[in-house]
Write a protein that binds this ligand. Structure first.
Ligand SMILES: [Mn+2]
Length: 387
């Protein structure tokens, strides 16, 4: 059986106040094409389908489109579980009716497992979906007493083994933080202080575990306990990530083979660094100047409206840093200490204070000519037209 594993779509996500919906549509279209071209038998979405518990209407419409293409047009079943960003109850709307059409949604945790069973030429495969849950939910649904995510997962995976038919090949979907996994900036922590970590050993006994939550593709414990990662970058910390879907071929004996198929976002997320003038000159030869950019300006001089200037060359500069100024202990902008070097500051004339400011920012003293110009400007500011 050929399985496509993906997770953390985060449909409707914004990045620095920019909607990523158009980019997400193009990336999800690629997933639909891969399902078709690779003759995939079932699609697994391991949680964080939406970015928010109450997603914007356009995000709901996009998911509706994608699911219709997969289940309706292609006739490929989809199994998805709720992640920590989803509202499990809302995601599960219509789930009992939709099962008939091949869409299997695992919303809130139930005390009765209802695996999805599919068949290939070698027999049945059971898919157990574990939605994102914390220990409090597991305790109340299952009537047990556990205090950590790890204990909760130990209980849930054990109860899957007890429920499953002996010898039946089994795949699990789970949205959790496996201990030792590497995180990035776009994941919301599940609990404070590492209490959210679960051991990979709970999943050892299943043929494959399709994980969600961590946005970088990776496996922990064994290669068959795996995160596909998010389909596109959601933070600058993912600059070096390769975004993929994972194709899993489940064999007769329950062993698996993997292949990652790359996904391409229309706009990359990346960092550029250098002095302002050089960066602006380089934009002319930059075929991807509309990428989402973090710019690190290395100029040591003060620059008026650097963001405005950069955006004329690079439309999607989303964040600006001045590492050189930060490293030298000086700060850019209005800073109380910078303007008032000592207690005498407020009593001193504006020209003298500006001289200090100029010295600190430019490491030069004002020339006589510059002083005259600044003095005239200060006079005009303070006294208006009557000079
Ligand atoms: Mn996520």
């Amino acid at each position: 059986m050929r399985i496509l594993h993906t997770s953390d779509w985060h449909i409707g996500r914004q990045f620095h106040n920019i909607s990523l919906l158009d980019d997400q549509r193009l990336v999800l279209d690629q997933i639909v094409s891969i399902v078709k071209s690779e003759r995939v038998d079932v699609v697994l979405i391991a949680g964080d389908v939406y970015d928010r518990a109450i997603p914007p209407a356009k995000a709901v419409a996009l998911l509706d489109d994608v699911l219709y293409q997969l289940c309706g047009d292609l006739g490929v079943p989809v199994i998805m579980i709720a992640g920590n960003h989803d509202s499990a109850d809302r995601l599960a709307f219509g789930s009992r009716q939709l099962m008939e059409s091949g869409l299997h949604i695992v919303g809130p945790l139930s005390n009765q497992w209802q695996p999805v069973t599919l068949s290939d030429e070698w027999g049945e495969v059971a898919f157990y979906g574990i939605p994102y849950v914390d220990p409090v939910i597991v305790n109340s649904v299952c009537g047990i007493r556990c205090s950590t995510h790890d204990e909760a997962m130990a209980y849930l995976t054990k109860s899957i083994h007890e429920h499953n038919v002996e010898g039946r090949r089994t795949v699990v979907l789970s949205h959790c933080f496996i201990d030792g996994g590497s995180a990035c900036d776009s994941e919301r922590p599940l609990a404070i202080g590492g209490a959210d970590k679960v051991s990979p050993q709970h999943f050892e006994g299943f043929c494959y575990t399709a994980l969600g939550h961590l946005h970088g593709r990776q496996y922990k414990g064994s290669p068959h306990i795996r995160y596909s990662g998010s389909p596109m970058k959601y933070s600058f910390s993912e600059e070096s990530h390769k975004k993929v879907v994972t194709i899993v071929d489940l064999q007769q004996d329950g062993s698996v083979e993997f292949e990652d198929i790359p996904l391409y976002a229309p706009r990359n997320m990346r960092t550029i660094e250098g002095p302002m003038d050089a960066l602006i000159d380089a934009a002319i030869n930059d075929a991807h100047c509309d990428d989402y950019l973090l710019v690190k300006l290395t100029d040591t001089r003060a620059i008026l409206d650097p963001m405005g200037k950069l955006r004329k060359a690079y439309a999607n500069v989303l964040h600006l840093e001045r590492p050189t100024l930060a490293a030298s202990g000086r700060r850019y902008g209005v800073d109380r200490e910078l303007l008032l070097p000592n207690a005498e500051g407020p009593k001193r004339g504006a020209l003298s204070m500006f001289g200090d400011f100029y010295q600190q920012v430019c490491e030069e003293t004002l020339s006589t000519e510059q002083s005259t110009i600044v003095e005239a400007m200060l006079d005009e500011c303070l006294h208006g037209d009557d000079v």
